[in-house]
Design a protein around this ligand. Structure first.
Ligand code: C2G
Length: 446
């Protein structure tokens, strides 16, 4: 019996795939098909896969061509499989010609002509073309322009900006000098990274014009305004996505799962620190852009609220200001007391500290080194260090690519579970409101 093996994602199964499977089967008597796991596809840059692993496996099984279906989960697995299953022939489409020649050491390698005129990428792009734009001057809008190019079906049309010098020359072609309402006529969805005190206004206009919104956090500076945005989104059948890139990072999400699985026992404390100094010349920064709590607060608060919840018993805010009048905080520390846990959040744009996260539990603790908010690495540490575990998950473009794919899928299917719950969005806005109103707040002189 001649055993043949082939691998693929098989997303949105089409006749190109089926042609390949039929010809692969014809090379021998027994065909093994390796379908790629979701994480493996992400690691190798395929972030647009629409269907789950199980859906893709079922579609391949339904063709009746494969004699055995396995899951491809890691780089190098092909060698293991060829040896494990006694494979005689490895085959794959000619678009991979040469890439798998190293397998000739283990079995015969055959590249089959690819079927022209059809691809999963093409099918995904045809599903829904989204004209996507940005509002604001934040330099990291460029990372969203770059990320949007990797999302099948997303067409970046321009940036409604006021400060051209915020952008590198390569992206200045995208700048559209128009008032926001006119700019919105050219998009289906918009990423808002304008100054925080403009978030509510810009999101309100976008939602009123039935545009889907992906917006930097906080969504608003008061609970009531934040609630209004969610009402407007619902009323206009629009997606309102809060953009905290950390929430879309694989390492961070796996960390949350391990915490929830009880790997460190009961969580007693969550400590996060986020700081970044700003240049001495603050002249072109508004008061809102100078506030540490606005800039870093949402990111630093996210793990606290996702792990301990938002029903804390009390909080205390200590703020050190650049300017007491404008309440521009150079450094702010917020301490939360829960019924059975505590949390500490430190943020600063005028103070530098170690940007780490420590989640303390009754069995062990999780340590995430700086910059924890865009980490690829974390450790679970125990009393006996021999039990310590280390985790690494590649992070591309700070998680922005995954964030854009999630946003696109939610716009297309309205089924994506937001990585940041409405409850947390409301609480983040509430913290901003309490800060500005001096609730639970003590001022110190820096
Ligand atoms: N294919 C084809 N003709 C097409 C599209 C795809 O012959 N029009 C072939 C591919 O060459 C591949 C298989 O169908 O052999 C599955 O294609 P994909 O699902 O796109 O997955 P891909 O990542 O290209 O598969 O490690 C090997 C790779 O996983 C190969």
């Amino acid at each position: 019996m001649i055993k043949v093996i082939t691998y693929g994602t098989y997303d949105l199964l089409h006749y190109g795939h089926i042609n390949l499977l039929k010809r692969a089967k014809a090379l021998g008597d027994y065909l093994i098909v390796g379908v790629t796991a979701d994480d493996f596809d992400r690691e190798r840059g395929k972030i647009n896969v629409q269907q789950s692993l199980m859906e893709r496996i079922e579609n391949v099984r339904a063709t009746g061509i494969a004699d055995k279906i396995i899951v491809e989960e890691y780089e190098g697995q092909k060698i293991d499989d060829i040896e494990r299953y006694g494979v005689d022939i490895f085959t794959v489409g000619s678009d991979w010609k040469g890439v798998f020649d190293y397998l000739k050491e283990y079995c015969k390698v055959v590249y089959l002509d690819r079927t022209e005129g059809i691809s999963s990428t093409q099918l995904r792009s045809e599903r829904q073309l989204m004209n996507f734009g940005a509002i604001g001057d934040a330099p990291y809008i460029c990372k969203f322009i770059k990320g949007s190019r990797l999302v099948d079906g997303m067409n970046f049309v321009g940036v409604c900006a006021t400060k051209a010098n915020s952008f590198p020359k390569c992206d200045r072609e995208f700048i559209v000098k128009k008032p926001v309402p006119q700019f919105l006529e050219s998009v289906d969805a918009v990423y808002i990274a304008s100054p925080v005190d403009k978030h509510f206004e810009h999101a309100s206009v976008a939602l009123a014009n039935k545009k889907h919104v992906l917006m930097e956090s906080p969504l608003a500076l008061t609970r009531s305004e934040c609630a209004k945005l969610f009402e407007d989104a619902k009323a206009n059948d629009c997606v309102l996505f809060e953009s905290i890139k950390t929430a879309y990072s694989m390492a961070y999400n796996r960390l949350l799962l391990l915490v929830k699985a009880g790997k460190i026992g009961k969580v007693v404390s969550v400590e996060t620190t986020c700081t970044s100094l700003i240049s001495d010349d603050k002249s072109d920064l508004s008061a809102a852009e100078l506030k540490s709590i606005y800039d870093w607060g949402p990111t630093a608060l996210l793990p606290v609220f996702q792990i301990l919840g938002t029903d804390y018993v009390s909080k205390s805010i200590v703020a050190g200001y650049f300017d007491n009048e404008q309440k521009t905080d150079a450094f702010t520390n917020i301490r939360f007391v829960y019924k059975d846990a505590v949390a500490s959040v430190k943020v600063g744009k005028g103070v530098k500290s170690e940007g780490e996260m420590i989640i303390s539990g009754t069995k062990g603790y999780i340590y995430v080194p700086a910059p924890w908010w865009k980490t690829e690495y974390f450790e679970i540490r125990y009393e006996d260090s021999n039990d310590n575990k280390r985790f690494f998950y590649q992070l591309d473009n700070e998680g922005i690519n995954y964030e854009l794919v999630s946003f696109y899928k939610d716009v297309e299917t309205k089924t994506a579970v937001p990585h940041i719950s409405k409850e947390i969005s409301l609480e983040i806005a509430g913290i901003m409101e309490d800060f500005d109103n001096g609730v639970d707040l003590t001022e110190i002189k820096i």
